[in-house]
Design a protein around this ligand. Structure first.
Ligand code: ZN
Length: 342
């Protein structure tokens, strides 16, 4: 595989919030583009071989860890169908990875509507297909549309046990709040999606995981949050501070920040802002921040231009761009283009 880029001074990066879609889930992403840009987004979401690899070459990404678009499986409230479509998506991406095994890995899409089936599919993906973890698009609808089941709920404890056994991370990715829960956004559709609602929904879900005692039961679980931590690096102190003053019956054993700094990682996906990144480094250090773009909803080129301009220590840039991801996914020594190879 030739992907020389001699003028590029940064080491090759690894990226892990990089989406694709299959025909069964493609329509879920249409809301996130305007009419005149949908064709391009549609095309980029389907593509796993052409412009995606060209852009990775151009922007110095050695490997993308792929994931299905959102909400996809989590919104298929028919259990059986959710199981079927998850399998389809995982098989589809596995076939594509086989064509470029040095450029791609994948997260499993999982039918959380049926925790037992989700565990089976997780095991199949990790053990047979070589996937590196799971990406779950927030809560799942089960049985009927107006339902929401969050991952801290008791029926998912077996799933978390399985994740702990396999020792793979889970990427908690955003989705919209249910239509019945969108009153705060009435008349302001522009605040839905990635602009605002995604962050609020996902940060709340992450806090639920922390408060539920999940990490007391499984202290080694590792959760990844995109978009520079869905606002939590800015807000975690206040949440913790208020809960200490007014615990309202909370039963988890540690302070929220202790979970946040030992069970969570954050990525740069779709949040290309130096001031916000520096806040994250001040809050949690540079060892748990990972480079990602959120392609094709965001631009790999814009992400790279921004990342190259960030005035932080070179060592931190290297960690965020590559080394932290190698460490989290146990990829050291397993990649085609080692740092010295450039
Ligand atoms: Zn995303």
């Amino acid at each position: 595989m030739k992907y020389d880029r001699p003028e590029f001074s940064q080491p090759w990066k690894l990226a892990l919030e990089e989406h694709f879609a299959i025909p069964e889930t493609l329509g879920d992403s249409q809301t996130y583009s305007e009419k005149d840009t949908w064709q391009e987004l549609d095309n980029n979401l389907r593509d796993l071989q052409k412009q995606r690899i060209e852009l990775m070459d151009r922007t110095g990404i050695e490997m993308s860890i792929l994931s299905l678009n959102s909400p996809a499986i989590q919104a298929i409230h028919d259990r059986k169908r959710a199981v079927e479509v998850a399998r389809l998506a995982n098989d589809h991406v596995a076939q594509n990875i086989a064509k470029h095994p040095d450029r791609f890995r994948s997260f499993a899409a999982l039918p959380m509507q049926d925790p037992e089936e989700a565990c089976k599919e997780l095991n199949r993906c990790v053990k047979e297909l070589g996937f590196v973890g799971a990406l779950i698009n927030g809560y799942s609808q089960i049985g009927e549309a107006d339902t929401s089941f969050y991952l801290d709920q008791p029926q998912y404890r077996q799933f978390w046990e399985e994740i702990a056994k396999l020792n793979v991370p889970v990427y908690l990715h955003p989705r919209e709040p249910l239509p019945s829960q969108q009153r705060a956004y009435a008349g302001h559709p522009w605040l839905l999606g990635a602009a605002w609602a995604f962050g609020v929904e996902t940060a709340t879900h992450a806090l639920r995981l922390m408060c539920s005692g999940l990490f007391d039961e499984h202290p080694k679980l590792q959760i990844i949050l995109g978009h520079l931590g869905e606002m939590l690096p800015f807000a975690i102190w206040r949440a913790e501070h208020r809960i200490l003053i007014n615990p309202r019956g909370i039963t988890c054993k540690k302070k929220l920040s202790q979970y946040f700094y030992s069970n969570f990682w954050i990525t740069t996906s779709g949040n290309f802002r130096t001031q916000a990144l520096i806040n994250c480094i001040l809050e949690m250090g540079s060892d748990r921040i990972l480079y990602s773009t959120d392609y094709p909803f965001e631009s790999m080129v814009e992400c790279e231009d921004w990342f190259n301009s960030v005035d932080i220590a070179q060592e931190d840039q290297l960690k965020i761009g590559r080394l932290n991801t190698e460490r989290l996914f146990h990829l050291q020594g397993k990649l085609a283009n080692q740092i010295s190879g450039r």
